[in-house]
Ligand binder design. Sequence first.
Ligand SMILES: Nc1ncnc2c1ncn2[C@@H]1O[C@H](COP(=O)(O)OP(=O)(O)OP(=O)(O)O)[C@@H](O)[C@H]1O
Ligand SMILES: [Mg+2]
Length: 370
Amino acid sequence: MDRAAGVSVRLKLTLSYAGFLMLAGVLLLAAVWVFLLRYVPDRAFIVPGSTGTTPGVFPVRSSLLHIFAPRAAAVLVFLLVLGLVGGWMLAGRMLAPLTRITGAARLASTGSLSHRIRLPGREDEFRELADAFDTMLERLEAHVAEQQRFAANASHELRTPLAVSKAILDVARTDPDHDTREVIDRLHTVNTRAIALTEALLLLSRAEQRTFTRERVDLSLLAEEATETLLPLAERSGVTIEVGGDTALARGSQALLLQLTTNLVHNAIVHNLPGRGAVWVHTGIRPSTVVLTVENTGEKLTPQLASTLTEPFQRGTERTHTDHAGVGLGLAIVRTITQAHDGTLTLTPRDAGGLRIMVELPAAAPPADR
Ligand SMILES: Nc1ncnc2c1ncn2[C@@H]1O[C@H](COP(=O)(O)OP(=O)(O)OP(=O)(O)O)[C@@H](O)[C@H]1O
Ligand SMILES: [Mg+2]
């Protein structure tokens, strides 16, 4: 941004210091002047009792001005010089931290986010500003790194189905007696997976934008709907599902919250003990929040592993005996939807194996009685 150059703050401070010093000087000299006027008599007089040949003559008012004025002027000039030099140096010292902060801001604006101000010294206004700036840089840097990781992972994941399709087509082209039916089936599977991945990415960015309209949503109804849809999958995997709890009203997007519930129940079914797993879906109300809990049996997980599962493209224990080859975005979508609804997501490994996932959202006011 181009702006007209103005007077620097250092100069302004210097002028204010010097100005104040001059004002104080003038007031002091004026006080001295008044004092002199009051106590110095009009006429010269001879001190009674002075016996010398030259009688003691004291200054009269008329000559007082001649003596006082040049000295007063000298004092004022001295104060002016002192005010300007001292003020310039003092202002420089005071503003030094600001120069450091400006330097860091300039560096950050050129894209270098790794620089930190780390202002030394005690807590004061500049230190607070510098610390706040450092915290902002830290968060920005982490955010940018996360975005870069995400973009790299997403490109890699999107390339995989394309590369697999190419390999299938290459084989089919060079092999004269290939089975066309099998080629089509394999291409269809790969294509379905690519579409699922792209849809998950689109959903993630939609949830991040927070542009949905908010309406009153009953989580217990969503839990029932999601389980009903996924019941055939649960039956195929030999997993039993129990749904229960109270009416839990939250405010948000019906579609996004259904997606969240579906992802959680889907995970609870597919990352479970095959043939003998169990899933519990529960909704509850707390004083100012509503809670959806999805719990399932499964392999034992460490708290460290559990805390990484919500990262995009993070897959926990990859198991070969499930036919579900996930892309690793399910929980990332759950986390983003929860954050977009100002809620919190908690993952706790169960002692007996498996996971308990809790989504806590601000409660919506119950509908007014008619
Ligand atoms: N309920 C659960 N019980 C045990 N492990 C789970 C559960 N939910 C998720 N996980 C682990 O977390 C990982 C990440 O889950 P996420 O839903 O993000 O991806 P995914 O299920 O592998 O793929 P998709 O994107 O298709 O959902 C899973 O691979 C799994 O290892
Ligand atoms: Mg999943």
